[in-house]
Design a protein around this ligand. Structure first.
Ligand code: ASP
Ligand code: MG
Length: 421
């Protein structure tokens, strides 16, 4: 008997009909002789609607009350799903995050899981029932309060339960057929990837691929959980995200995929004295804002001035805070001025096989050059090359790079929902 954790995103349980459809699928999995734990998101856009509602009441809601409000979304879908399953003659029990033993720290709105003790979930399985768990929520022992894991956190709930219950697989159900070589909305001929390493998946998620949340992939990688990303709208095999153990030889394609991200901006600090300690000072200021910065570029200074420029990228949502922190410390840090650019796009090419293949960068830059696209920043890891371009050229950039690396498939990819979640 296998233990399977299935996670259904909001688009898979958007209305009563969808809930019944998903219930059938869950019952089939149970009838095939598996133990089944289901993690469910809030129906459709419920979470967004609840956020809007809170904002109409007050823009200054406390984290505690916001979490109390938002966790209601998942409680609705878990109860309805349990009812739907029972009406099909199968036993099902729903649990909130705290009932399921998801213990977190106290950070409302972005809590981290610190312990998972799914005693009641295990007991439900032992009694032959299907356990349904509300995604995205937990409980802090110190404050005794309900927390949420941050938007999209149900993936993380599913992976954490899969790890704690030693599940054979954690299936992430969504409205596309799996992980694609590029966003099928941008590249219609993008191909579904059958198998990808968690290392590559992490790079793609970090680079803007929205199919899986980075925290969930990280958690799966750390705990050796195998993920299967697949569509809840058909029975096709999706994408397996695997954790090859050290020494296991996997045949790695040179390139797995291309991701793009339009949510970042670039800050350039002009006229930084080129002396030891300046980068430390500047990035200590930046770090004090908690912003998640990404590419950092600095050149040697021109001999005549002894000054250099430093550029880095960061989420647009952190732009204002970071600019202010730098401006406030300008005299002390000793730079000339700041430039802010929120019209950038970031493209990342990811593939474990690039570790052992020369010429990948050259091919990428050539493809962009031939399309007349200017590269503004470049950064690399062992298995990724990222470039920054103008925002309005990013989709074209993804298409030409996808083509240059022969990633195009023969068919047009099917997209069911529209959000990819
Ligand atoms: N319902 C939450 C959200 O929309 C959690 C999730 O969907 O994973 O962010
Ligand atoms: Mg959702």
């Amino acid at each position: 008997m296998s233990l399977i954790v299935q996670k259904y995103g909001g688009s898979s349980v958007a209305d009563a009909e969808s809930i019944k459809r998903v219930a059938k699928r869950i019952v089939e999995t149970r009838k095939a002789g598996n133990e089944v734990v289901v993690v469910v998101s809030a129906m459709g856009d419920t979470t967004d609607e609840l956020v809007d509602l809170a904002n109409q009441v007050t823009p200054l809601a406390s984290g505690r009350e916001l979490d109390m409000l938002l966790t209601a979304g998942e409680r609705i879908s878990m109860a309805l799903l349990a009812m739907a399953i029972k009406s099909l003659g199968q036993e099902a029990r729903s649990y909130t995050g705290s009932q399921a033993g998801l213990i977190t720290d106290a950070r409302h709105g972005s809590a981290r899981i610190v312990d998972v003790s799914p005693t009641r979930v295990r007991a439900a399985l032992d009694a032959g029932a299907i356990a349904i768990v509300a995604g995205f929520q937990g409980f802090n022992r110190g404050t005794g309060d309900i927390t949420t894991l941050g938007r999209g956190g149900s993936d993380t709930t599913a992976v954490a339960l899969a790890a704690a219950l030693k599940a054979d697989v954690c299936e992430i159900y969504t409205d596309v057929d799996g992980v694609f070589t590029a966003d099928p909305r941008v590249v219609p001929t993008a191909r579904k990837i059958d198998r990808i390493t968690s290392e590559e998946m992490l790079e793609l998620a970090a680079a803007g691929a929205k199919i899986l949340y980075i925290r969930a992939v990280e958690y799966a990688r750390r705990h050796g959980v195998t993920l299967h990303v697949r569509s809840s709208f058909n029975n096709n095999e999706g994408t397996l995200v695997v954790n090859p153990t050290d020494g296991e030889s996997v045949e790695e394609p040179i390139i797995s995929g291309v991701a793009a991200d339009l949510s970042e901006a670039k800050i350039t600090i002009v006229g930084v004295p080129d002396v030891p300690g300046k980068a430390a000072q500047i990035f200590t200021i930046v770090a004090s804002t908690d912003a998640n910065i990404d590419m950092i570029v600095q050149n040697v200074s021109t001999a005549a001035t002894g000054l250099t420029d430093i550029s880095f990228t960061l989420p647009k949502s952190d732009g204002g805070t970071v600019l202010k922190a730098l401006e406030d410390n300008k005299a002390e840090a000793g730079f000339d001025s700041l430039q802010y650019d929120d019209q950038i796009g970031k493209l990342a090419l990811v593939g474990a096989g690039m570790r052992t293949n020369a010429g990948v960068s050259a091919k990428l830059f050539t493809a962009l050059f031939e399309a007349g696209i200017n590269i503004e920043m470049i950064s690399t890891s062992e298995i990724r090359i990222s470039v920054v371009t103008r925002a309005d050229t990013i989709n074209e950039a993804v298409r030409v790079v996808h083509k240059a690396f022969d990633l195009d498939g023969d068919e047009v990819a099917q997209v069911h929902g529209g959000t990819g979640r």
